[in-house]
Design a binder for this molecule. Structure first.
Ligand code: GDP
Ligand code: MG
Length: 803
């Protein structure tokens, strides 16, 4: 608990002090040392300040300060308090011991944040230390969220947080802001800065920014295996002492250095490491003067100086960092001190102008230069030398010569895509057949075992039929994700984005938008999440808006079923291809329109990282694939199961045994709903059964196919079909049933168009809501796709009727 939560008269033992280095130092100097007992003497009426007794002294702390001190009362503290009188003494010693024990235990939990550039191996470290299965990928956007896991070593428990990769701590991308927010709000006890040792100079830039923040920090010089293989060398001890923090060579491919790394973390945490010192990088006297000027203002403000290192904030202000500015502006506005804000900004502008005058650069550039100067100097002193044995980048350059070639790049890329989709569908066929067989067997078993009635009907038609028609697609999804994760892990995915960059620019997007779009062919939900790599909010929004036009694999069974029913064998592939093509074309048109008229603004240029090619480890790929598999199963157990049962219930009730199946459907709830909305779809010539299936598909597109099957022929196995080769009587029967209902090949095609374009699915809409942070774009996406679907299918139908 926090010290601030303690009531008057209560005692507790100090566990740790949070906050940045300067603050912690001050508090510890006041006597707030771990393991010491503290007693609340007096709570001022407004809780501020509070008087404490610690180490025999009386000290007063403000509420805010007390909030950053973690204490414990042990498990027995309450009963201990109630014991009075002669036994108190005896009881009291025992209570102290017990509390000490709890304090010690709590003290041994260290919160650790992993910070580093993309692809430096943070997630690998995270997995290695904790045994977790977070996704490892050789691609910048894989870690999209902070993941948390435990690890235990040397009697300590580590609470690890795997943060998104960043190159710096400015506030240009969502990742950067996320990491900054985590560091200042969660206040991890120790930061592990993971560094790609084969790219020292660039990686150390982030380290210098973390140093400004005055955090307790350990560096992992990761990829040390590659570093050595290349013949690079550096004096690590010298480098450590130059930076004032422990650096440990590691390789999370083999787990090398893991133990040493965590030992260093403990030492830093316990303050037992002699080489640790807080270092101020010298930015040259012009900037240093400016920093000092600004710091004067910041130091005078207790609130600010408690939460941040004032030097760090001063640097950020000089850099014109909008986030820091906003924080300070907000704080001063809350305290009604607009004058102070003006004076602070004035001090900054004066400092900025001086820097410009004397160095000819703006402060931000000058600070950056100074940081690189510091890094270069440190590397020289630590006799850093790059070897020439086997340059990772040499191989990479060779491969890139071919794969990113001006003429060969695109054809190779499309060939890879073709192989990917071809393998997915051809190879996926076998396990699909087995699963299909298993589901049929299960349904048969149940139907012989159970008596006829609603329960049996629900289990067989609702649960097994509905969920079964979806689970069948798991093999294909797994194979698709296997390819995608291979492309990500090997480094090819960013080349693909690079190759597509020019084309994407024409659409008002960035090359990075391309990756989510490819993922969208598998499932739109992870694709929406993958847009996080796009730094520009504008490009990101547009990408999310056009993503639903990528035909996800859930739409495939519908296509197969309708195409198989209405079109002759020789035309089927073309019809299918036309659907995918229409989707892509729409994406292009819509993104052009959106970027021109709706989501306006200049696009901020941003770098596309091209990491060296690496052969991904089998383990990493297996993990990724399993992650996806789990997500898919979760979706099945949740929304699809519920939706299947609802569709079944709407169709089963009100139930009358004397009716034929056809009549039963017509008078069921779902039949009535379909009839009610029938007029809406007259321009497309759909008929109520198709309308109903469209409504059912709002939950998940997979449900459309099984609903049509159930409604037209009482056969729900259409959802399982994966190939038109099964040209059995099933299709003939369905064709007859649908043709009798007035469905022509034209309206069937319009139906497919509608399915392609309309409301993606609830899960995608929720994902868009989460990523954009508001329902606004989620609702816009749901509405405009559905309207567009209605419009396009109506136009195609009406024009087709004229021909
Ligand atoms: P993150 O983006 O920082 O989370 O990096 P990842 O943990 O996803 O790793 C990126 C890639 O580097 C993956 O392909 C890893 O297998 C690989 N990798 C991680 N650590 C090492 C290492 O120490 N040596 C080598 N050779 N490769 C590594
Ligand atoms: Mg990662």
């Amino acid at each position: 608990m926090k010290l601030s939560e303690l009531k008057t008269g209560e005692k507790a033992v100090i566990v740790k002090v949070l906050g940045h280095g300067g603050f912690r130092k001050r508090i510890i100097e006041m006597g707030f040392i771990k393991g010491k007992t503290i007693e609340v003497l007096l709570n001022a009426p407004l809780q501020d300040p509070v008087k404490y007794r610690v180490m025999g002294y009386e000290v007063s702390l403000r509420h805010q300060e007390a909030e950053q001190i973690i204490v414990t009362q042990g498990d027995e503290s309450k009963s201990g308090d109630e014991v009075r009188g002669s036994r108190y003494e005896v009881r009291s010693t025992w209570y102290e011991d017990d509390t000490m024990h709890a304090a010690w235990r709590e003290h041994r939990t260290i919160t650790v944040a992993l910070v580093g550039n993309p692809n430096c191996g943070k997630t690998s470290l995270f997995n290695y230390a904790s045994g977790a299965h977070a996704h490892v990928g050789n691609y910048s956007g894989v870690t999209v969220d902070a993941t948390v896991a435990h690890a235990s070593m040397y009697g300590y428990t580590f609470l690890l947080t795997d943060l998104p990769g960043t190159y710096s701590l400015s506030c240009y991308s969502p990742e950067e802001l996320y990491v900054r927010k985590h560091l200042s709000e969660q206040m991890p006890d120790v930061v592990i800065n993971v560094i790609d040792a084969s790219n020292l100079e660039r990686n150390l830039y982030l380290t210098t920014q973390l140093m400004d923040m005055n955090l307790r920090m350990v560096c992992a010089l990761n990829m040390y295996d590659e570093f050595e293989r290349r013949g690079d060398s550096v004096n690590i001890d010298a480098l450590s002492s130059l930076f004032g923090l422990p650096m440990v060579p590691t390789s999370f491919k083999s787990g090398m250095g893991l133990k040493e790394l965590f030992r260093a973390v403990i030492q830093v945490y316990e303050g037992a490491n002699k080489s640790v010192r807080h270092l101020h990088i010298n930015y040259g006297h012009e900037i240093e003067d400016g920093i000092a000027q600004i710091q004067k203002f910041l130091k005078a403000d207790e609130h600010i100086s408690q939460h941040y290192s004032t030097r760090y904030l001063a640097i950020k202000l000089l850099e014109h960092d909008s986030d820091a500015l906003q924080y300070i502006g907000q704080h001063l506005a809350d305290e009604h001190r607009p004058e102070d804000r003006k004076r602070l900004l004035l001090a900054r502008d004066v400092a900025d102008a001086r820097v410009k005058e004397e160095t000819g650069q703006d402060a931000e550039t000058a600070i950056m230069d100074a940081k690189y100067g510091f890094i270069n100097g440190a590397l020289k002193e630590a006799s850093y030398q790059t070897g020439t044995k086997t340059d990772t980048y040499r191989v990479t350059h060779l491969i890139d010569h071919v794969l990113s070639n001006r003429f060969l790049g695109l054809p190779i890329f499309f060939l890879i895509l073709f192989v990917m989709f071809q393998t997915t569908f051809a190879l996926g066929q076998y396990p699909m057949d087995w699963i299909e067989w298993g589901i049929a067997w299960l349904g048969n078993r149940l139907s012989t075992m159970m008596a006829d009635g609603p329960l049996r009907s629900m289990l067989i038609d609702g649960v097994i039929g509905g969920v079964g028609s979806v689970i069948v697609f798991m093999p294909q999804i797994l194979i698709l994700y296997f390819f995608i994760s291979f492309m990500e892990d090997s480094g090819y995915m960013s080349r693909a984005a690079f190759i597509m960059d020019r084309l994407m620019h024409k659409m008002g997007l960035h090359g990075k938008s391309f990756i989510p779009l490819v993922i969208g062919f598998g499932c739109n939900v992870p694709a929406v999440m993958a847009t996080r790599t796009i730094e520009s909010r504008r490009s990101r929004l547009i990408t999310m808006m056009i993503l639903p036009f990528m035909s996800c694999s859930a739409r495939l069974p519908i296509y197969i079923m309708i195409v198989g029913t209405f079109f002759a064998v020789e035309y089927r592939s073309w019809v299918m291809i036309s659907l995918y093509a229409v989707g892509i074309l729409l994406a292009v048109v819509v993104s052009k329109v959106l970027s021109r008229f709706v989501i306006k603004g200049e696009d901020t240029p941003f770098v596309m990282e091209l990491p060296p090619y690496r052969f991904p480890t089998a383990k990493a790929i297996m993990r990724h694939t399993w992650e996806k598999c789990k997500e898919y199963l979760k979706k099945m157990g949740g929304i699809i199961l519920v939706a299947s049962i609802i569709v079944w219930g709407l169709e089963y009730f009100p139930h009358d045994d004397s009716l034929t199946q056809q009549q039963q459907q017509e008078q069921s709830y779902i039949g009535r709903m379909g009839k009610a909305i029938e007029p809406v779809f007259t321009p497309q010539g759909f008929g109520w059964k198709l309308d109903v299936s469209l409504i059912a598909g709002v939950g998940a597109k997979e449900i459309v196919a099984s609903t049509i099957g159930v409604l037209y022929s009482g056969d729900d196995s259409f959802g399982d079909d994966d190939d038109y080769s099964q040209d059995t009587t099933k299709y003939t029967v369905l064709h007859q049933a649908m043709a009798a209902d007035g469905i022509t090949p034209l309206s069937a095609y319009c139906f497919l168009l509608f399915v392609l374009i309309y409301f993606p699915c609830i899960a995608t809409i929720v994902a868009i809501k989460n990523e954009t942070g508001s329902w606004r774009w989620a609702c816009i996406s749901a509405l405009y796709t559905t309207s567009l679907a209605w419009l396009i299918s109506a136009i195609v139908y009406q024009v087709g009727m004229l021909c």
